[in-house]
Design a protein around this ligand. Structure first.
Ligand code: SF4
Length: 408
């Protein structure tokens, strides 16, 4: 896989070389066991796969290149380049400004942006309407387009389904930039509707089977279906694509479920499924798969707790938390600063969507085992800082000698 030029301050002193070494010795990614740091009083298991993915590295490299190649110009990002505030703050400090926030709120009016300015499109991509708006203003939409190729792959899959006259069902978070972009690109070839989760899939199935009146669709999926959507004709042939960063098992469950609904509704044999359902595999990206597989491997090993590091609005990080908390106490933190002390941690609660301070998160026992992982937009340096801080709680005097002795 292509290597990118990422500023050194995102790298970890020992984490990044370990990651590189493991990836070089296991190019086929057959190995999922974690990297183990055994320091007696504390044992740390670092997930086999974590941190910056292809799309994030590509986006960061392009943003730094935009600054380097355009001295004196105004450089803008459509919105956060990735969902990690350390990365975004780093770009902000280079003078890059955001045109919109992650919710789509305009921060800089378009009237102020001219064809002389540089606009970077983030890794999630953007909508067709946004591209048209920029093109109309004469803005270059190609040179600094950092849309991840794995997101573009979803758009291509949607186009393929659409051209074959299937309505595109998009499994994703309707507020996430990537899903909004996929929705917009899907509309170029076919009607589309966004389903958030299995509950939404059940409601859609109710409409398809006729258990719910057709007009209920417009109420249930308000703001999430294409203009002119016709329930009677647009739910006869369907296919599913999904946001790249969802939980793989959940999206596959939805695909299997909707496939079965269409088979029952139209009384189809296996070899007739294609008549009403585009038999696609999920469009989860490789990084999401790898990180989730490594997290699940970790979660199935004994430990006292897990710490997941990443941006609180990062979908792929959030899903790592969701997976791991089924197995053991799991804390979602952004940085080492969340580890207030050996007694208190500030963790983001993904259910209540708020920060909580939790006491006694490190159990009092002879040896504590901690699983650690981070999302696809989490810099290695942040993971390393968290490990360092944990080690300091247990080995305040001899942390350097531990590293010198041979993790590498
Ligand atoms: S998480 Fe996947 S789709 Fe998103 S930027 Fe990374 S590689 Fe691309």
């Amino acid at each position: 896989m292509k290597r990118f030029k990422i500023p050194a301050f995102y790298q970890g002193k020992f984490i990044s070389p370990i990651k590189k070494k493991r990836s070089e010795s296991d190019r086929m990614k057959k190995e999922l066991s974690p990297t183990r740091f055994d320091l007696g009083k504390v044992k740390i298991n670092l997930a086999r796969h974590f941190g910056f993915c292809y799309g994030v590295e590509n986006a960061i490299e392009r943003a730094y290149r935009a600054v380097e190649e355009n001295p004196g110009k105004n450089i803008y990002l459509l919105s956060e380049i990735v969902h990690n505030s350390l990365v975004n703050t780093g770009l902000f400090s280079l003078g890059i400004r955001y045109i919109m926030n992650t919710s789509g709120k305009q921060l800089i009016p378009w009237e102020k942006i001219t064809s002389d300015d540089i606009v970077i499109i983030p890794a999630f991509g953007t909508t067709v309407e946004m591209i048209q708006l920029m093109e109309a203003k004469g803005i270059d939409v190609v040179t600094y387009d950092s849309t991840c190729p794995f997101v573009e792959r979803v758009w291509n899959k949607a186009a393929q389904i659409g051209q074959d006259n299937y309505t595109i069902i998009i499994h994703g978070n309707p507020r996430h930039e990537e899903t909004l972009a996929t929705f917009s690109h899907s509309l170029q070839t076919a009607p589309a509707v966004i389903v958030r989760d299995m509950n939404d899939a059940l409601l859609l199935a109710g409409i398809i089977k006729g258990d719910l009146p057709p007009q209920k669709f417009y109420e249930l999926f308000d703001g999430r279906y294409s203009p002119g959507f016709n329930v009677k004709t647009d739910l006869v042939k369907i296919g599913v694509v999904n946001q790249t960063t969802l939980i793989a098992s959940e999206t596959n469950e939805i695909i299997t479920f909707l496939r079965q609904i269409m088979m029952t509704r139209y009384d189809l044999a296996e070899d007739q499924v294609y008549q009403h359902f585009a038999d696609t595999r999920d469009t989860i990206c490789y990084a999401t798969y790898d990180n989730q597989s490594a997290a699940l491997y970790l979660a199935n090993e004994d430990a006292d707790l897990a710490i997941v590091i990443g941006g609180y609005n990062s979908a792929n990080t959030l899903h790592l938390v969701e997976l791991m908390e089924n197995y053991l106490p799991t804390y979602f933190i952004f940085s080492d600063e969340n580890l207030i002390s050996a007694n208190e941690i500030r963790s983001w609660d993904i259910h209540d969507r708020k920060m909580k301070t939790i006491s006694n998160y490190l159990p009092e026992k002879e040896s504590v085992t901690i699983h650690i992982t981070g999302g696809a937009s989490t810099p290695d340096v942040m993971i390393e800082r968290v490990i360092n801080r944990l080690l300091l709680f247990y080995h305040p005097d001899d942390i350097d000698s531990h590293f010198a002795d041979g993790f590498l």
